[in-house]
Design a protein around this ligand. Structure first.
Ligand code: NDP
Length: 322
């Protein structure tokens, strides 16, 4: 006979600032949360070095340390953190219904409430030289890593609001910023374009793409190609920032949860409620606008409070809950 399926009150999928903050609140509310970490325990912050903009750390803190501390804080109140990936899920349509998740394509787990904090992943160009130099001068987060290029020459790829914002940010720190926009115009808002154009040390190159990132161990230069003329041009840089958008990690929810055309989960009003009862979304999985650790943490708190209120409104016989 196969083992009975484990049933829990609150399943938290993802272990970034949103997931751990949801866990801290859910554990303190006695929801006995179980966090499945996903492929990148600690989330995007573990790929950054110094975090200087999270309130409460006057001297800054490095991303991996911050995530370990958030995990410890969640565990202190009884959160169970498990290394594993939720690879499939069946969400119930019923109020009080049970949701069934598959862990690592194998084990099933049942949950009364599900908090989705699966985050988003930065898009890369996916050319070999870029992939080889990730961590050696290629970054997808200017706000995280720009400081290391103080006074140096860098380049940024992208023509959206993120690229424009990050180019302006880098222009304050670096000597010169070359911005590569693949079309003959930027997609960024007029206000952001104006900001970019007003900064003397940003050079915008339209119709321009990355041909190759130059350098062996670290970035030493960039070979650019004009996609109209085919003309190539090399510049010396020490840092290359990729700002071509993010992909929310929501593919397992497709067909079950409402999402926008780019895959971001849609929540109701100011809450974290999704279109399924007992299923809540927080952090970057539902936010393409702010995408900060502190805003993710804030929505993680909201998701736990929404889950707690939801559970309070349904009646569950004691013996059904592990
Ligand atoms: P966007 O999808 O808006 O823009 C992506 C940019 O990257 C586009 O210019 C796109 O070019 C370019 N791009 C995509 N793929 C490639 C590629 N392979 N090679 C070269 N260039 C590429 O993403 P953002 O992250 O900029 O913004 C996401 C959302 O967040 C938007 O809604 C934005 O308005 C919002 N946002 C708002 C901010 C604010 O208001 N302060 C700040 C940051 C983001 P193309 O135009 O040719 O497709």
């Amino acid at each position: 006979m196969s083992a009975p399926i484990e049933r829990i009150k609150t399943l938290i999928i993802g272990s970034g600032p949103a997931g751990y903050t949801a866990a801290i609140y859910a554990a303190r509310a006695d929801l006995k949360p179980v966090v499945y970490t996903g492929m990148e325990p600690g989330g995007q912050l573990t790929t950054t070095t110094e975090v200087d903009n999270f309130p409460g750390y006057p001297e800054g803190i490095d991303g991996p340390t911050m995530m370990v501390q958030l995990q410890q804080q969640a565990e202190r109140f009884g959160t169970e953190v498990r290394i594993g990936m939720i690879t499939g899920i069946e969400l119930s349509d019923e109020v009080g219904g049970i949701h069934t998740a598959t862990v690592d394509n194998d084990k099933k787990i049942e949950a009364e409430t599900v908090i989705i904090s699966t985050g988003a992943s930065a898009k890369y160009l996916n050319i070999p030289s870029e992939q080889r130099l990730r961590g050696g001068g290629v970054s997808a987060c200017a706000v995280c890593d720009g400081f290391f290029y103080k006074g140096q020459d860098v380049a940024i790829v992208g023509g959206g609001d993120t690229a424009a914002e990050e180019a302006s940010y880098l222009a304050n720190i670096c000597n010169k910023v070359t911005m590569l926009v693949r079309k003959d115009h930027m997609r960024a808002s007029k206000a952001m374009q104006h900001r970019v154009n007003s900064l003397e040390n940003i050079e915008v190159r339209y119709n321009t793409e990355v041909d190759e990132v130059l350098g062996d161990q670290v970035v030493e230069g960039l070979r650019m190609v004009n996609n109209q003329t085919g003309e190539k041009d090399d510049i010396a840089i020490t840092g290359l920032f990729i700002a071509i958008g993010h992909t929310p990690n929501t593919s397992i929810f497709k067909g079950q949860l409402d999402m926008d055309e780019t895959g971001y989960l849609i929540t109701k009003g100011k809450s974290t409620k999704t279109n399924k009862p007992g299923v809540f979304a927080c952090g970057d999985s539902q936010d393409k606008e702010y995408r900060q650790a502190v805003t993710a943490a804030g929505t993680g708190c909201m998701a736990a409070l929404d889950a707690e209120r939801y559970l309070a409104t349904i009646e569950t016989p004691e013996e059904e809950v592990a």
